[in-house]
Each structure stands twice: as C-alpha cells, then as structure tokens.
Design a protein around this ligand. Structure first.
Ligand code: NDP
Ligand code: GDR
Length: 354
C-alpha cells in the first residue's frame, strides 16, 4: 500500500486527487491550514474520525511558509509520493500580495525539496509540482513543453522559480521530481472567484432571481479549459513514470470568457446578445432586453495572459493521457451543480423559516 502526501489538500485539485488516490488504495495524508472557520468542505466526505482504526485519510496542520513544520510532517509521514499543490493560486490576487505569493508558491516548493534532502529521502520519495500554463504568459499558442516561458504576473514568476528548482533538484540530486504544466481545469468545486465558477454561480443565482447582474473583466481572454477530474489522473500518471519529466496537460481547445458566459446562460435557456465593446460591453437577455452582464474594469489585470491553448501531444504519447470531458459538458456540469446548491440552500432556508 503506497502513502501519498498532498499539500493543498483542501483545494479543488487536492480534494479530487485525494479521492482518486484513496480509490487506488493509497493511504493519503494532506496538509491543511489553520483557519478561523471550516476550510475542509471539499474533503468533508473523505473525513474519518481520528478514533477509527485503519484510517486512510489523515490531515495535518501546516503551511508552505513554515519549513520546520514541513520537515516534521514529511518525517512523520514518510511518503512514497508528494503532490505539491498548495499555492496562493489566484493570478489577480498575486498583484496585491506578490511577496506572499513568492514565499508560498516559489520558496514553498524549495522547502519541500530541501526537506526531502535533509531527511535523506530524496531517492525514495517521488515529487510532483503543480506547474501552470501561466508560465507561458503571452507566448504564441499552441504552447507545449518546448515553448519558452514569458510569465506575466507575480504568481507566474513565483511558479517559474518553482518549475526550475524542481528541474534543478532532479538534475543535481537525481530526485524523481516532475512538473505537470497544467492548463486551466475546473469543476463543481472550483474556487468561487475564478472566472468559470463566478459565471456559473451567477447564472444559477440570476435564474433563481437572487442576483441582478454579473460583472466581469476581460471578455476576450482565451483559455484552454478542461475538467479537474481528468487532470488529477494526469498528475498521478506523471508520477508513475519510470523517469521523471515535465508534461503539458491540456485539451487543445481554446474558448473566450464571452463564449463561456454564452454557454452557461444557454444551459438555463437564456440567449445572450452582446452590445458595445471593451469597457462598454454588456450582455443582454435576448428575450427581455435586460442587462445581465456588464464589464467592470476593476477586474482587468495590470498585465494579461491573452491566449492559452495547450499542445498535450507528449502526455498523450508517453502517459496515454487524454481528457474525457469537453467544453460544453464542463460548463453544463458546473451550472447544474450551482443550480442544485441554490435549490438545497433555498429548501434549507424554508425549513428553518417553517
Ligand atoms: P486552490 O486555490 O483551489 O487550492 C490551493 C490549496 O493550497 C488550498 O488547499 C489552500 O488552502 C492551499 N494553500 C494556499 N496557501 C497555502 C499555504 N501558504 N500553506 C499551505 N497551504 C496553502 O487551487 P487548485 O486546486 O485549483 O490548484 C492546485 C494547484 O495547481 C495550485 O498550486 C495552482 O496554482 C496549480 N494550478 C491550478 C490550475 C487550475 O486550473 N486549477 C492550473 C495549473 C496549476 P485553503 O483551502 O486553506 O485556502
Ligand atoms: P487564470 O484563471 O488567471 O487563468 O488562472 P481565472 O479564472 O482567474 O481567469 C481566467 C481569465 O478570465 C479573465 N476574467 C476574469 N477572471 C476572474 N477571476 N474574474 C473576473 O471577473 C474575470 N473577468 C475576466 C481573466 O482576466 C483571465 O484572463 C487559473 C488559476 O487556477 C491558476 O492558479 C492557474 O495556474 C491557471 O488558471 C492555469
């Protein structure tokens, strides 16, 4: 039975990866941050009472900025595989918290690699790094492992350091350390402030009469959106390779934020017509003329990544990996999940009132 340690276990990917590894028979340890309110919603269903015998899912308090804590957890857990998913992962927020982002995302990665070296575990423990298509910045699409990096945010610059330190530890110390350069991947448990989830939550709330309008930034940004469940399987496949290496995971298809909005509203039977452009662009309910979407420049980024479309040929050929869920299915699943959540909350509210 293998043991895995996941940093960022309470995040979107952490929750799905924990589920995936448990189903494969792993013992899964995760690192969670101390928070003043519950932050374990995504792994609630995996929770096991500490008094249960043979627990296979165990959470530890920790933080990527706290090296002694990381060393102690790794020493206690003795993992066969580490999946380093913890990060301040919001690109726009990184412009406001650049130093913290560099510390958690960049140095945090170094701290884990150093912990493995200090503990003499560099040869036995395999390491996966959550690298990102943001590394490519404004490099021309389609982007592959051979495309030069041009980071366009403090987040991407921090992840660039992490990428290269992983490559360096692989080459310098022979560690089994790999980068997954993953393009955007989403799902029902995606963080609420990323654009896809912001849209699907708004569509469900507007349909239910709970929200007037959706305010967005750059509608022209193009992203290669896949389903997070497919991508966590890709992470695992990368770690299972005999030889460590770096891989792009992507669908190969790009859509604009505007297209995502249209597809999400279409799922609840609302057709959107666009008026104006740039900061004056609005999306109108074709049937009623009501303004449902408005551009708000506060969501524009100081430097934008305009067009991401990945070429995952290497992952297809070497890992036998390919995504199962396409763009339409992804949008539908996310809207449907937010509709169900609103219905549940509404019913719970009625019960309390009654
Ligand atoms: P999330 O933002 O959903 O999850 C991030 C996780 O990291 C959370 O568990 C969060 O804890 C934790 N975390 C943040 N800061 C710290 C810290 N200082 N110490 C310990 N834990 C911390 O991200 P995703 O699941 O979407 O992404 C997983 C990883 O993959 C991230 O590194 C991200 O940058 C990267 N990535 C994501 C892509 C995507 O499209 N989703 C694409 C490419 C890369 P808490 O729950 O308490 O906030
Ligand atoms: P991204 O995801 O920056 O690609 O990073 P996000 O969903 O935040 O933005 C995608 C694109 O949509 C545009 N956009 C908006 N974005 C947000 N968040 N809110 C808005 O209102 C809005 N309006 C338009 C953005 O400008 C951008 O072009 C995600 C994260 O998961 C990273 O951690 C990961 O590394 C990359 O994907 C791959």
């Amino acid at each position: 039975m293998k043991t895995a340690l996941i940093t960022g276990a309470t995040g979107q990917d952490g929750g799905l990866l924990a589920e995936f590894l448990l189903a494969k028979g792993y013992i899964v340890h995760g690192i969670k941050r101390r928070s003043s309110s519950f932050n374990t919603g995504r792994v609630e269903h995996l929770y096991q009472d500490p008094h249960e015998a043979d627990r296979r899912f165990i959470l530890h308090y920790g933080d990527m900025t706290d090296p002694t804590n990381l060393i102690r957890i790794i020493q206690d857990v003795q993992p066969d595989e580490i999946y380093n998913l913890a990060a301040q992962s919001h690109v726009q927020v990184s412009f406001e918290t650049p130093e913290y982002t560099a510390n958690a995302d960049g140095l945090g990665t170094l701290r884990i690699l150093e912990a493995l070296r200090i503990l003499g575990m560099g040869e036995r423990t395999r390491f996966y790094q959550a690298s990102t298509s943001e590394l490519f910045g404004d490099a021309p699409a389609p982007q592959s492992e051979a495309t030069p990096f041009r980071p366009r945010s403090p987040y991407a610059a921090a992840k660039l350091y992490a990428y290269w330190i992983v490559v360096n530890y692989r080459e310098a110390y022979g560690m089994h350390a790999s980068n997954g350069i993953l393009f955007n991947h989403e799902g029902a448990t995606r963080g609420e402030t990323f654009v896809t989830r912001k849209i699907t939550r708004a569509v469900a709330a507007i349909e239910a009469g709970l929200q007037e309008r959706l305010y967005l930034g750059n509608m022209d940004a193009m992203r290669d959106w896949g389903h997070a469940r497919d991508y966590v399987e890709g992470m695992w496949r990368i770690v299972q390779q005999e030889t460590p290496d770096d891989y792009v995971l992507a669908t190969g298809e790009a859509h604009s934020v505007r297209e995502f909005v249209e597809a999400a509203f279409a799922h609840v039977g609302i057709g959107i017509e666009w008026r104006g452009s740039g900061v004056d662009e609005t999306g109108i309910d074709a049937a009623t003329g009501r303004v449902l979407v408005e551009v708000d420049p506060r969501y524009f980024r100081p430097t934008e990544v305009p067009f991401l479309q990945g070429d995952a040929s290497k992952a297809r050929a070497t890992l036998g990996w390919q995504p199962k869920v396409g763009f339409r299915q992804l949008v539908q699943e996310m809207v449907q999940a937010d509709r169900q959540r609103i219905a549940l909350e509404h019913n719970a509210g009625r019960r309390e009132a009654g």
